[in-house]
Design a binder for this molecule. Structure first.
Ligand code: RB5
Length: 143
C-alpha cells in the first residue's frame, strides 16, 4: 500500500485533516508531520520535515498545504530531488504526474475548495508518468 506523508502550517491544517481522512478511507497509509492546530507556525519548517521524509524514501508521495500553497512550494522546491507541484486545477493535476512526475503535491487551504482538492488528488493518483523525453527533463532539474 502506498505511503503518503502530509504536512501543513496553520493556514492549511483544516484542509490537511480533510485530505488525511479522505486518504485513510481509501486505505492509504498516512504519515502526518504536523502542524496539529491553528496556532501560528512557520511554513518552511513543515516543508523541511516533508522534504526530508520524501528524500529519505520514507514515503512514496508528499502532500503540503499552507494558506495559498505558494510559500510551502517555494521552500520544498529548494531541495534537489523534490518536485513540488501546486495543483491549482484538474488539468494541472494530470500534467504534474504525466510530465513532471511530481513527488510532492501542494494545495492552498485558504484558496481552494476541499472537494476540488480531493478530486485533484484522485486525478493525480490515477495518472501515469509518461517517462521518455520527460525523464530527461526531470534529470536536468537536479543538475
Ligand atoms: C500564513 O499566514 C500564510 O502566509 C501561509 O499559510 C502561506 O499562505 C504562505 O505562502
Amino acid at each position: 500500500m502506498m505511503k503518503i506523508a502530509i504536512a501543513s502550517d496553520h493556514g492549511g491544517v483544516d484542509l490537511k485533516e480533510i485530505i488525511s481522512n479522505f486518504l485513510k478511507n481509501k486505505n492509504f497509509e498516512v504519515v502526518d508531520l504536523g502542524t496539529n492546530d491553528t496556532t501560528s507556525v512557520d511554513y518552511p519548517i513543515f516543508a523541511d520535515k516533508l522534504a526530508d521524509n520524501i528524500l529519505k524514501k520514507e514515503s512514496d508521495l508528499g502532500i503540503l498545504v499552507c494558506g495559498t500553497g505558494v510559500g510551502i512550494s517555494i521552500r520544498a522546491n529548494r531541495y534537489k530531488g523534490i518536485r513540488a507541484a501546486l495543483l491549482y486545477d484538474d488539468e494541472v493535476a494530470v500534467m504534474a504526474k504525466k510530465h513532471n512526475n511530481a513527488n510532492v503535491i501542494v494545495f492552498g487551504g485558504r484558496t481552494m475548495n476541499s472537494n476540488d482538492v480531493l478530486k485533484r488528488i484522485d486525478i493525480f493518483l490515477n495518472t501515469e508518468f509518461e517517462g521518455g523525453r520527460h525523464q530527461k527533463r526531470i534529470d536536468l532539474l537536479d543538475m
